[in-house]
Design a protein around this ligand. Structure first.
Ligand SMILES: Nc1nc2c(ncn2[C@@H]2O[C@H](COP(=O)(O)OP(=O)(O)O)[C@@H](O)[C@H]2O)c(=O)[nH]1
Ligand SMILES: [Mg+2]
Length: 296
């Protein structure tokens, strides 16, 4: 598992280093020119303007004051963006109900498949709820992941009410004393208002099936959509109480800097990152590996 985040940041890192060669080696001071290229490079990596300002304001002064190189000072600034890790919790409720939301194509269904496989590999048993009832293909895709991970898929006919599917799955898992339920949802943003209503309803109905549920509500965000993804995320945070985030497709993008913006501007922790399409390509997010992977 180790090193996957770093590997996935290769393009982002190379683009940064190419634009500001030298900065990540030993330079202890920087002239205006270097700072300008650093700013441009961070912008190209899709770190947004407010976050860049927070990272670079008075940075040379700090680097001088601490006697540290610019790269070291920058690394420290980046590390300070992340919220502290939450305290360890007691045993999770059964079943653990996990709702995944996000725009079409961001990787919800794939991430559910990966999460399901990881849980079954740990000996857990659970259900997948096919809450994207809009397209038959979406249900089929989840079915494939269900077979791969050894999880039953709860589904209804195309066009069924997603909240009803989620309700069935949670009730069934509770009565069978299973470990988890992963709920897939649709993401058609063309009908923004309807989507948000639909998600609120799923949330509400699930809490009726099992008090306290859903225990985890994850926004799935596609890293390749950069700052666009960030505005999507804002939309969701306003409507659904998110607990955390999965940042997918970090592999293959030079815009991996978006994670910094997410940390600095959304205040929702990134729990996992997607680094490929295969079943083990979902890894717990590690800020230190991320920052090191970006800078060196
Ligand atoms: N390279 C890469 N592709 C991914 C990742 N996560 C999902 N995908 C691909 O993105 C596409 C859309 O994923 P899907 O799960 O159907 O998105 P959904 O519409 O949100 O359910 C699929 O082709 C996935 O294989 C990732 O972390 N890396
Ligand atoms: Mg899907």
């Amino acid at each position: 598992m180790f090193g996957k985040i770093r590997d996935s940041l290769r393009k982002t890192r190379e683009a940064l280093v190419e634009r500001v060669s030298g900065i990540f080696s030993s330079s202890s001071e920087a002239d205006d020119r270097t700072l300008e290229s650093l700013e441009e490079a961070l912008l190209a990596a899709d770190v947004g303007v407010p976050t860049i300002q927070a990272l670079l304001d008075h940075l040379p002064r700090e680097a001088r004051a601490t006697g540290a190189g610019l790269s070291k000072a920058l690394r420290e600034r980046m590390m300070a963006l992340w919220p502290p890790a939450p305290p360890a919790e007691g045993p999770p409720p059964r079943p653990w109900v996990h709702l995944l939301v996000g725009v079409n194509g961001t990787g919800k269904t794939t991430s559910i498949g990966k999460l399901a496989a990881q849980r079954t590999a740990r000996g857990q048993k659970g259900l997948l709820a096919a809450g994207d009832t809009f397209r038959a293909a979406a249900v089929e895709q989840l079915q494939v992941w269900g077979e791969r991970s050894g999880c039953e898929v709860i589904r209804q006919a195309a066009g069924a009410d997603p909240a009803a599917v989620a309700f069935d799955a949670v009730q069934s898992a509770a009565s069978r004393d299973l470990d988890f339920v992963l709920i897939d949802t649709a993401g058609r943003l063309q009908v923004k208002h309807n989507l948000m209503e639909e998600l609120s309803k799923v949330h509400r109905v699930v809490s009726r099936a099992l008090p306290g549920a859903p225990h985890q509500v994850t926004l799935v965000l596609d890293a390749t959509t950069g700052q666009n993804g960030l505005s999507q995320a804002r939309l969701f945070t306003e409507k659904v109480p998110l607990t955390d985030l999965i940042l997918t497709k970090l592999d293959g993008t030079a815009k991996g800097g978006i994670a910094l913006s997410v940390a600095a501007e959304l205040h929702v922790p990134i729990r996992y990152v997607g680094v490929g399409e295969k079943v083990d390509d979902l890894v717990p997010f590690d800020p230190a590996e991320y920052v090191d992977g970006l800078l060196s």
